[in-house]
Design a protein around this ligand. Structure first.
Ligand code: AMP
Length: 218
């Protein structure tokens, strides 16, 4: 099953995508994670994307689309994929539709996760990551035993560069503006489902799976 999780930064897309991947047995593709890996490894794509990401802007369509389609059409996604963060624009959505159709596939469901802005801001600015092993924490919901230190490896916890309040607000604004036409497109196509993402993570997963239940897994 090819499905897309769409929603503002901080709504829990990453968490839910990982759970859907397990439940449905298909890979999870996060273009944000892929791009951050390119930046960390200093690839040419990473170098081109870094400045856009730091500002909280979208990376240009051409760069992201080539990178994402390469994965989506690859053998690892033959039986489906949980898309997270791609497509983000109409141009990306059109490129995806064309590519999937060309391979006899289609996007079966688009799950739109929503939550109030204050909830999203708090979730984003409270996130911390271990500089050593990459383990994730949150100042409200997943506190480390020792403040500022990783429970697993003891290294320092850091805030992702685009999780500061200023950048988080910019990312929410970019998301609201960019997602409007995308949501309209998928609503019109009859594949859009709205799901409340402000509940606790287990509840949200249950709701997502209930929405997907009528879709045959193939
Ligand atoms: P995310 O982790 O999904 O919030 O993505 C982090 C950043 O990566 C975004 O703020 C964008 O700068 C960039 N990015 C991720 N996916 C896309 C995409 N499909 N199109 C453009 N930029 C993207």
């Amino acid at each position: 099953m090819h499905l897309l999780l769409i929603g503002p930064p901080g709504v829990g897309k990453g968490t839910q995508a990982a759970r859907l991947r397990q439940a449905l047995g298909v890979p999870h593709l996060s273009t944000g994670d892929l791009l951050r890996r390119h930046v960390a490894e200093g690839t040419p794509l990473g170098a081109a994307a870094a400045a856009h990401m730091r500002r909280g802007d979208l990376v240009p369509d051409g760069l992201v689309t080539a990178m994402a389609l390469d994965r989506i059409l690859g053998p690892s996604s033959a039986s489906g994929v949980v898309l997270d963060g791609f497509p983000r624009t109409l141009a990306q959505a059109e490129a995806l539709d064309t590519a999937l159709t060309g391979h006899g596939r289609r996007l079966e469901a688009v799950l739109h996760l929503t939550a109030p802005e204050q909830t999203l801001l708090r979730r984003l600015t409270g996130r911390r990551t271990c500089a050593g092993c990459g383990e994730s924490y949150h100042l409200d919901t997943r506190k480390p035993r020792t403040p500022g230190r990783c429970d697993t490896c003891g290294q320092r916890l850091v805030q992702r560069g685009d999780d500061t309040e200023e950048t988080a607000r910019a990312r929410l604004a970019v998301h609201a503006e960019q997602s409007r036409p995308l949501l309209a497109r998928y609503r019109l196509a009859g594949v859009l489902h709205e799901v409340d993402g402000s509940a606790d993570a287990d509840d949200v997963t249950r709701r997502l799976l209930a929405v997907l239940a009528p879709h045959p897994v193939r």
